[in-house]
Design a protein around this ligand. Structure first.
Ligand code: BTN
Length: 253
């Protein structure tokens, strides 16, 4: 249906039909003073961006949104919000998909449905003149109807994995907004510990053999843990532990 989303009062919705990238629009609005909770939502993007400079395929029928967040915390802790959002999105997807569809998280902030990527999160920060965190732009794309066939990793869409035919962007946007509010309040009240716990429970990656592709090299090891900052703790074959903050991980058979 083409009804307008109904969001909790903590959000200010900016609904667009078509835009280059909702993250760019959110950044522009933030520079003009947009408040915490401003949510830019578009039906399609013409220049959707993924992590690490990749393109994010953005046809109509999927969900594209960016949140303007102005957290009162150091920049190093702000990355935790990516995990807050991933847990919230995981729960939102679980609430709209049939019971037997498996929704899991993959480090850092991907959401997999039946082990294929259905959603991604792009966190960008805006610093003030003193180098402190001013604003965080939390972008999220969910493949509801369509997914790219040619992506670097196995991708899928909610419809392909058996979502109800009438599931649409508006319903999913509302579900995410509700769950994100719950989890962000939890984070404000109790810190990262409950988020980390929830993330690990939903990720099923503890103890799995992985390949971590870092900007400059590739490492193999076992996914051991997520630390307080959201860094991945990789157990190497020589027994040492490495902390990984940027990169991409792949399962190994
Ligand atoms: C990833 O690479 O996994 C992150 C994908 C993030 C895509 C979303 S769609 C809404 C927002 N606007 C963008 O240009 N990118 C993010």
């Amino acid at each position: 249906a083409d009804r307008q989303p109904r969001l909790p009062p903590a959000y200010r919705l900016v609904a667009l039909d078509s835009v280059g990238s909702t993250n760019d629009e959110a950044r522009r609005l933030a520079a003009e003073g947009a408040e915490d909770g401003t949510l830019v939502w578009a039906r399609e993007q013409t220049k959707g961006r993924g992590r690490r400079g990749r393109e994010w395929s953005s046809p109509r029928g999927n969900l594209y949104l960016s949140l303007v967040l102005r957290p009162e915390c150091p920049a190093a802790e702000a990355a935790q919000l990516g995990f807050v959002a991933a847990v919230a999105l995981c729960d939102a997807l679980g609430s709209v998909l049939p019971p037997l569809v498996e929704v899991t998280l993959k480090w850092p902030n991907d959401v997999l449905v039946n082990e294929r990527k259905a959603a991604g999160i792009l966190l960008e920060s805006v610093m003030d003149a003193d180098g402190a965190l001013d604003t965080l732009l939390l972008g999220m794309g969910v493949n509801i109807a369509d997914y790219p066939e040619d992506s670097a990793y196995p991708a899928t869409s909610l419809k392909f994995e058996g979502a109800r035919r009438d599931l649409d962007e508006v319903e999913l946007l509302e579900a995410f907004a509700r769950h994100f509010l719950t989890w962000v309040n939890r984070w404000v009240d109790d810190g990262f510990a409950p988020i980390r716990h929830a993330w690990l429970n939903r990720s099923k990656s503890k103890g799995r053999e992985i390949e971590a592709r870092l900007p400059d090299r590739t490492l193999q090891g076992v996914f051991e843990d997520l630390d307080e900052t959201g860094a991945l703790q990789l157990r190497m074959s020589d027994g040492s532990l490495r902390s990984i903050t940027v990169g991409e991980i792949f399962w190994r058979p």
